[in-house]
Design a protein around this ligand. Structure first.
Ligand code: AMP
Ligand code: FES
Ligand code: ZN
Length: 297
């Protein structure tokens, strides 16, 4: 793991992942051992890995699978449901299943088509339905918190997109915890500091069978494009993705983001030599540099 300057064997890696997750859960006050957690599981590596980690850490975590009715010639929904169920059965865990077509009369692709939302792609309607249903089930069944498997690659891509358009409202809401509010369950993303490939390695080493295919409608999406860009950056500068995300969280927490006052408040005074404003105590940085050069000459 070049980003952490760390190399671990299988045994230690499988201990390191839950330890790091527990740390992050505590750091951000996500939930306690007394609370009931609903994990949204898609059958992919992130959410199944998350469920596995939470159970290993001794949390009370049940699963929720949403049947979206996406086939596209690869039996996508059917296969992902089978793998989510398989994991639950093998670990003796409770999995709630909600089928969108059964609840609302049509599968996601048809709902998208009929509602004319999302420019010919079902992803917007799908995201809307997922958020709605996850929240409904969490609330109706009395769960304290809803956990999703978003990883660092997901979060960094969203942050990148929001930053490119300076979507301040979204930036202020993006984070590992979204507190509950009227009718909305608390939402947490305990994996948001793990790289996607760290989750792949975890599932492989734990022998968790997950669906390899991405949703067939995701092809060519903006978020995949941003992920590719960030991966190029990460290759050139290992750790850049993690820094990008964690520094954002820090800046948001301390309230340093978007506050004009911060600039005005910086105490500037005039450099005694050149009379240009500076934030240093005495000579400005330029004059100090020249002085030093002359002193050594
Ligand atoms: P995605 O929307 O595919 O980026 O997935 C983000 C997270 O949403 C996953 O890690 C899961 O926790 C959750 N999720 C996605 N699809 C489903 C699904 N069909 N059923 C339950 N949870 C899901
Ligand atoms: Fe919903 Fe692809 S359109 S997961
Ligand atoms: Zn000066």
């Amino acid at each position: 793991m070049r980003q952490h300057k760390l190399a671990l064997c299988k045994e230690h890696y499988l201990e390191w992942m839950p330890e790091q997750t527990e740390r992050f859960i505590k750091k951000y006050d996500m939930f306690t051992h007394y609370e009931k957690i609903l994990v949204a599981v898609s059958g992919g590596k992130d959410s199944l890995g998350l469920w596995d980690i939470l159970v290993r850490l001794g949390y009370q975590a049940d699963g929720l699978y949403l049947g979206l009715g996406i086939d596209e010639g690869i039996n996508y929904s059917h296969e992902s449901r089978r793998l989510a169920q398989k994991f639950a059965d093998e670990h003796n865990l409770k999995l709630h299943i909600v089928d969108i077509e059964k609840e609302y009369g049509q599968p996601i692709p048809v709902l998208a088509e009929k509602s004319h939302r999302g420019y010919g792609k079902p992803c917007a309607v799908c995201g809307l339905a997922k958020r709605h249903e996850m929240n409904r089930v969490a609330r109706d069944l009395g769960y304290d918190v809803l956990a999703t498997g978003h990883n660092l690659d997901d979060e960094a891509a969203v942050l990148f997109g929001n930053t490119l358009s300076w979507a301040s409202e979204f930036l202020l809401r993006q984070g590992p915890v979204l507190p509950s509010s009227d009718g909305l369950a608390r939402k947490v993303k305990p994996l948001c500091r793990f790289y996607e490939r760290e989750m792949t390695a975890y599932c492989m080493l734990r022998g968790i069978e997950y669906i390899y295919e991405e949703c067939p409608f995701a092809e060519g999406s903006q978020s995949i494009y941003y992920k590719e860009l960030l991966n190029q950056l990460e290759t050139a500068r290992p750790g850049a993705k993690l820094t990008f995300y964690l520094r954002f969280l820090e800046a948001r927490k301390t309230g340093d983001l978007f506050i004009e006052q911060n600039i005005e408040q910086a105490h500037l005074h005039l450099c005694p030599k050149c009379r240009q404003p500076t934030s240093t105590d005495d000579l400005c940085s330029f004059c100090r540099m020249i002085e030093k050069v002359n002193a050594t000459a």
